[in-house]
Structure formats: structure tokens, C-alpha cells
Design a binder for this molecule. Structure first.
Ligand SMILES: Cc1cc2nc3c(=O)[nH]c(=O)nc-3n(C[C@H](O)[C@H](O)[C@H](O)COP(=O)(O)OP(=O)(O)OC[C@H]3O[C@@H](n4cnc5c(N)ncnc54)[C@H](O)[C@@H]3O)c2cc1C
Length: 414
């Protein structure tokens, strides 16, 4: 099989990239998805809060995905379901396994859109036996929202990221008692709106600076021991607390799915665990692009869509031999910034650039300062910044044309 553009992953990133590639003149586009339907993680996110930027309305996850699936169908874009990509190489040969066995596909360009997966209990080493009743929050979300199973009745959630917060509300609405959400940091790692709407509105306690130090139970979870932590994250003696429960949901981080990318020789950024990309979402491999959660973990799907359009458009330009790649400057995370995407910028590209970044701490009344050659080129005042909410700064194409040195962003006094 041969396609101009093959997109790996049929979540919002893959769908957006496919539609954009088609609109930019590429007839021959294929999406490969390992699940039984298109839509990615959105299919299990039945709560609302999606699409405020993109569609100016508040949609559920399946509604948001549904709009893009419709566009894919309208544009007659090919897709394969129940098909998992096993290997890609730098020559853009793809090996996948589907319902009829192994498939080999040659592509002119590839868009990586595999999303991310959850960290599990093994990654955080909680002592105890291995009883039933320990789930990742996303697995529990899929079981309850898509497969129709209730995973437990008395629940403790570990980690206050968005999936954990949303599952606290979901389990409560389904009749479970959520006894606590436990977070090792002194602040939640989820969006503020989710803390209010998912915990405060249901009187679910959020225990900050606290860890689960033991999971009790042999056959089934019977409880957890919580330990209060000091500022160095060491347990404070004599402050342990036992909570009886039959279920522990883990919401302790997401990891971009990059085994395929690494196998092909794509360079990753250690800070994001995703491919290093430039402002066209090109990786270091010629004709290989990436977008969405596989690049860095997004909290808002609207930004995933924005990135996917850039990847799809530039993959199309690449196939039409209209894309030159000259990474002229790099971006550097300065004081207070954890990472910046894109990591490289081709200043000759005739489009505005959106820098996406996360701050390292909670900041009030500060500003984000963008510098090049030690000169301030842009400033953005921010009343409140937290690591869980992604920040973005737009650099216009006109401003970009005059930039010759690397671009740094830092948090400074307002
Ligand atoms: C619980 C939860 C709640 C959220 N709530 C909100 C919210 O309220 N508002 C909001 O805007 N955003 C929210 N988000 C974020 C948003 O849903 C994600 O950022 C977005 O879905 C990421 O899109 P993606 O396409 O990059 O990844 P995904 O949606 O994960 O899609 C990746 C796809 O790639 C497929 N895939 C992976 N590997 C392979 C392979 N080897 N072969 C074939 N297919 C493969 C996967 O099966 C999957 O379908 C939430 C996310 C979660 C998890």
C-alpha cells in the first residue's frame, strides 16, 4: 500500500491533521487507529468542557470528536480501525497489524499522533500486596463510561490531576463514596475549574502534601494508609491516617507514547518526553511530523487541534515539495519555565508561532518575558500561573522575521 500521508492515531490530533492535510491538496491520506473507533481519549470523556476555543461552545468529549469524525468522513479520508502500528522507520515504511494480519504501508510523510498513556502503580512503587481494586483513573473512566462497569464503591484517588478530579465526580454521580483525593504536592495538579466543579461541589476532601504509603488488602483493596509529608516530601512521624476503601484510582501522570518514534530515530526532549519539533511540527526526521499529546501533554483539546492543523498543513506542503526546513533559532526555557514547544523555529516560515509552555511553580502577578539576543521582544502579564495550566504566547510572523538569536522565555516580576 502507498499513501502520501499516513497518520498514526485517530484521536483529535490525528483527525485534525488528516482534515487539514486533505484541505491543503493531498488526496491520499490514511489514518491508522488501534481502537475500535475514531476519537481517541475523547470517547471516554463524557463530561463537558471541550471546544470552548475551537467551536465557542461547551461540548462533551464524544461531541467534540464527533465533529472531526464527520469532517473526516465528508472529506472521504481513508481510515483503518482495530489496526496497531508496530514499527516505522526513517524511510517512512510502516508495519501494522490489523484484523487481516500484517500490513506494510509506504508513506511520503508520516504524522505521529499516538497520544499518551497513564503511569501505573509500578511506576510509583506503593508498598502492599497486589489486590484487585487498583486502577488507573483513565482505565476506570473507560470501564465506567464506555464499557458500563462500576469499578468500586468506596474510593480513594491518588493524584489530583484532571483525570483524577473528573473521576472523583464521576464515581460520586454513579453512587460511589469518594473518601479523599490525595496529592503529594502542596497544590493540586489539575485545572482550577475542575477542583471547584469536581471536588468542592461534592464536598470531596483534597488532602495536599500527603502520600499513599501503603495499600492494604490481599484479594481486594481493604484500605490505604496516608502519610502527611513535610516540604521535602518526607513523611512526618505520627501523622499517618488509615482510610477504609475497596478501590484506589491512580492519577499520577501521563507519558507520551513514543516507542514508535524512538524506534524510527526521532529525537525526544527529556523534559516533555515527546519529539523535538519546530514550528511546522517537523521532527528531526525528514517528512515525519508530530502533534497532540504525543508531543507534550495537553490539558485542553482545543490546543491539540491547533497543533494538529499545523502538522497536517506542513505535511501537505512537504508532499507538494513546498516545505523547506531551516531550523534557524531554538527556544530556551528560562527562569520559572519547565519546557517550551516548539523547541526549534524556522524564522523563514511565513506563519505566526505559538509557543506553548508550562511554568514550574505557582506564580501570582508576574509576567512572561520573551527575549532574543538579550533584548525583550514581547511581554505578557499574568495574574495567576500554575504548572497544570498550559501557557501560550503568540509571536507574529512580522516579529519573527527580525529575530536572529535564540528565543528565551522566563517568569519575571510584573
Ligand atoms: C480524563 C481526561 C479528561 C480531559 N478533559 C478535558 C476537558 O475537559 N477539556 C479539554 O479540552 N481537554 C480535556 N482532556 C484533554 C484531551 O482530551 C486530550 O488532550 C486529547 O484527547 C489528546 O489528543 P491526542 O489525539 O493527542 O491523543 P488521544 O486522544 O490519546 O489519541 C491518540 C490515539 O492514538 C491511538 N494510537 C496510539 N498508538 C497507536 C498505534 N501504535 N497504532 C495505532 N493507533 C495508535 C490511540 O488508540 C488513540 O486513539 C482530557 C483528557 C483526559 C485524559
Amino acid at each position: 500500500m502507498r499513501y502520501n500521508i499516513v497518520i498514526i492515531g485517530g484521536g483529535p490530533a490525528g483527525l485534525g491533521a488528516a482534515v487539514e492535510a486533505k484541505k491543503n491538496g493531498i488526496e491520499n491520506v490514511l489514518i491508522i487507529e488501534r481502537d475500535r473507533e475514531l476519537g481517541g481519549i475523547l470517547n471516554q470523556c463524557i463530561h463537558n468542557g471541550f471546544g470552548l476555543h475551537e467551536f465557542k461552545e461547551e461540548l462533551t468529549g464524544p461531541e467534540y470528536a464527533g465533529k472531526f469524525i464527520e469532517m473526516v468522513k465528508k472529506e472521504n479520508i481513508d481510515y483503518m480501525l482495530n489496526t496497531m502500528v508496530l514499527n516505522i522507520n526513517e524511510n517512512k515504511s510502516i508495519e501494522a497489524i490489523g484484523e487481516d494480519g500484517l500490513i506494510n504501508i509506504e508513506a511520503d510523510a508520516i504524522v505521529l499522533a499516538m497520544g499518551c498513556r497513564e503511569r501505573t502503580r509500578g511506576a510509583i512503587d506503593i508498598p502492599g500486596y497486589r489486590p484487585a481494586g487498583v486502577y488507573t483513573a483513565g482505565a476506570a473512566q473507560r470501564l465506567s463510561n464506555m464499557e458500563g462497569y462500576m469499578v468500586g464503591k468506596e474510593v480513594v484517588i491518588y493524584g489530583s490531576g484532571d483525570i483524577g478530579l473528573i473521576m472523583a465526580r464521576r464515581m460520586t454521580l454513579e453512587g460511589a463514596k469518594v473518601k479523599a483525593v490525595v496529592e503529594i504536592n502542596p497544590h493540586s495538579s489539575g485545572l482550577t475549574r475542575n477542583i471547584v466543579q469536581c471536588l468542592d461541589d461534592f464536598n470531596i476532601p483534597l488532602k495536599l502534601s500527603t502520600s499513599i504509603s501503603y495499600i492494604h488488602g490481599k484479594e481486594r483493596v481493604s484500605g490505604v494508609t496516608l502519610s502527611k509529608l513535610d516540604e521535602n516530601r518526607n513523611p512526618i512521624p505520627d501523622q499517618d491516617e488509615f482510610i477504609e476503601c475497596d478501590t484506589v484510582l491512580l492519577s499520577v501522570g501521563l507519558i507520551p507514547e513514543n516507542e514508535l518514534s524512538v524506534g524510527a530515530g526521532v529525537n525526544l526532549d527529556m523534559r516533555t518526553s515527546g519529539p523535538i519539533v519546530n514550528n511546522t511540527m517537523s521532527t528531526n526526521l525528514d517528512g515525519v511530523f508530530a502533534c497532540g499529546n504525543v508531543v507534550h501533554v495537553h490539558d485542553l483539546v482545543d490546543f491539540v487541534t491547533k497543533e494538529s492543523r499545523i502538522a497536517g498543513r506542513n505535511a501537505a506542503k512537504y508532499c507538494l515539495s513546498k516545505l523547506e526546513k531551516n531550523d534557524t533559532v531554538s527556544t530556551e526555557a528560562g527562569e520559572g519555565i519547565g519546557y517550551i514547544v516548539p523547541q526549534n523555529i524556522d524564522t523563514s516560515n511565513d506563519e505566526d508561532v505559538n509557543l506553548f509552555m508550562r511554568v514550574r511553580n505557582i506564580y501570582k502577578n508576574k509576567k512572561l518575558v520573551v527575549k532574543s539576543n538579550n533584548e525583550i521582544i514581547l511581554e505578557k502579564k499574568r495574574k495567576h500561573m500554575i504548572p497544570s495550566e498550559m501557557e501560550s504566547i503568540n509571536i507574529s510572523k512580522d516579529l519573527l522575521k527580525n529575530i536572529t538569536g535564540n528565543i528565551s522565555v522566563s517568569v519575571e516580576e510584573a
